[in-house]
Ligand binder design. Structure first.
Ligand code: GRF
Length: 216
């Protein structure tokens, strides 16, 4: 009898309420999911996501920019902190800062981000607001492999959400988040179980081991 594959070690970075984190933690209760959350790292104290992590018994670390003399020192510290959990995959789930060179050097190609718009439309911190202001009739969410740009990395998965005439930023974001939780958990599970390759802008799930060098 062969042993089932070991679940991939995932560190989740968060800055907010943590509903996406909660969805991933719930999915990861099943061994067959293929991923387990080994640590949660935040750039803020007192956020809902930290309570959720603690409730679920997941180790946490807070790395606040204000505690460092420079952005460069914070960049080093957050990369070091993530590394202490020895992750195979790093998931940014509502993490509202850009990761710098130190994290990209260590975990490049293995960092995923979820964004509440259909990239490449409406990148940046206000994807929902910008889609509304732009008069979009359909928006949604996108999972990308993080690169050095702002929401510019290769696209892994997307899901669409209709914009309603009376939508406000909160109502639209709430509907996007419902869809996003499903997209993120399903995508993370597939990537963890099947691996992936990136060729130029094209991400293909499957036929690769996430820990090999040519693939992520
Ligand atoms: C998601 O829409 C994510 O894309 C955005 O912030 C939201 C995270 O919400 N950047 P939560 O903290 O997981 O509830």
């Amino acid at each position: 009898m062969t042993n089932p594959p070991r679940p991939r070690r995932v560190v989740v970075l968060v800055s907010g309420a943590g509903s996406t984190l909660r969805a991933v933690l719930e999915a990861a209760r099943e061994d067959a999911y293929g991923a387990r959350v080994v640590g949660v790292v935040t750039d803020k104290d007192g956020i809902g996501a930290l309570d959720i992590a603690r409730e679920c018994g997941v180790p946490t670390a807070v790395v606040r920019l204000a505690d460092f003399e420079s952005r460069a020192l914070w960049d080093e510290a957050i990369a070091r902190t993530i590394a202490t959990f020895d992750p195979e995959i790093v998931l940014l789930a509502g993490f509202m800062r850009l990761l710098g060179e130190p994290s990209l050097e260590r975990f490049g190609g293995r960092i995923l981000n979820t964004h509440p718009a259909l990239l490449p439309a409406y990148p940046g911190a206000h994807g929902v607001r910008d889609a509304l202001a732009g008069g979009a009739k359909v928006t949604g969410c996108t999972v990308i492999v993080v690169d050095a740009g702002v929401d510019t990395g290769p696209i892994v998965a997307q899901a669409a959400v209709e914009v309603l005439d009376d939508d406000t930023e909160p109502t639209l974001h709430e509907r996007i988040k419902e869809v996003e939780r499903v997209l993120v958990t399903a995508t993370l599970g597939r990537l963890a179980r099947e691996g992936w390759t990136v060729s130029g802008r094209t991400v293909r799930i499957g036929a690769a081991n996430p820990t090999t060098e040519e693939s992520s």
